[in-house]
Ligand binder design. Structure first.
Ligand code: ADP
Ligand code: ZN
Length: 215
């Protein structure tokens, strides 16, 4: 499967992607995870991206496209991919279309995960992330807590609240989403690739995507 997951921060793109990758070997590509990994490793990319991310602003399109151009040509993408958090702007979507055209790759769909705003706010303020850059497992203090308080079940590292998950940064990220990313819904509708799905329950999203792939 070759799928773009669209949706506000906290809509569950990462969670849905993780479930779907287990089903057929497609890889999850999360630009957020790649960028956080680069910030932790303090690479050139990380140095450039850090300030934007902390403020809840988008990282410039050209940096993102450099990452994705390389990433989509890695051998593991041959089995398919789930794009989680990319594209995030119309210019990124247009650049992606050109890139995929050049690589001879066709998308199956862009799935837009819809969740009410209160639920988003609630999810983000209670979200916790494993600080180990190679793990980055996601928990929720209410709905999916760690077994041992503050410790990642998968790797034993500390589980933290992300710097961009303070109330102020969350509000700003949601504004950025409405302004820059929500227009992609119309873009993919015109491209004939859009599927909208109620994303309050992860399993329902997975089922809807699977059903659409079969048609
Ligand atoms: P979210 O939980 O908001 O979906 P992500 O983990 O996808 O968060 O992204 C975290 C941050 O990384 C964003 O706020 C932004 O600064 C940066 N980022 C991730 N993907 C992109 C992208 N495609 N374009 C620009 N910036 C991005
Ligand atoms: Zn971990």
């Amino acid at each position: 499967m070759r799928i773009i997951l669209l949706g506000a921060p906290g809509a569950g793109k990462g969670t849905v992607a993780k479930v779907l990758t287990k089903l057929d070997g497609a890889v999850q590509i999360s630009t957020g995870d790649i960028l956080r990994g680069a910030v932790q490793a303090d690479t050139e990319l990380g140095k450039k991206a850090n300030a934007f991310m902390k403020a809840g602003d988008l990282v410039p399109d050209d940096l993102i496209m450099d990452i994705m151009k390389d990433r989509l040509q890695e051998p593991d993408c041959k089995k398919g991919f789930l794009l989680d958090g990319f594209p995030r702007t119309i210019p990124q979507a247009e650049a992606l279309k050109t890139l995929l055209g050049d690589l001879g790759i066709e998308l199956d769909m862009a799935a837009s995960l819809e969740v009410p705003r209160e639920e988003i706010l609630n999810r983000l303020s209670t979200r916790r992330t494993c600080e180990n850059s190679t793990c980055q497992a996601i928990y929720n203090v209410k709905s999916s807590p760690t077994k041992v308080d503050g410790i990642c079940d998968k790797c034993g590292s500390k589980v933290i609240q992300r710097e961009d998950e303070t109330e102020e940064a969350i509000t700003h990220r949601l504004e950025t989403y409405c302004e820059k990313t929500a227009p992609l819904i119309g873009y993919y509708e015109k491209e004939g690739l859009l599927m909208t799905v109620d994303a309050c329950v992860t399993d329902d999203v997975v089922k809807a995507i699977q059903a659409r792939l079969k048609t």
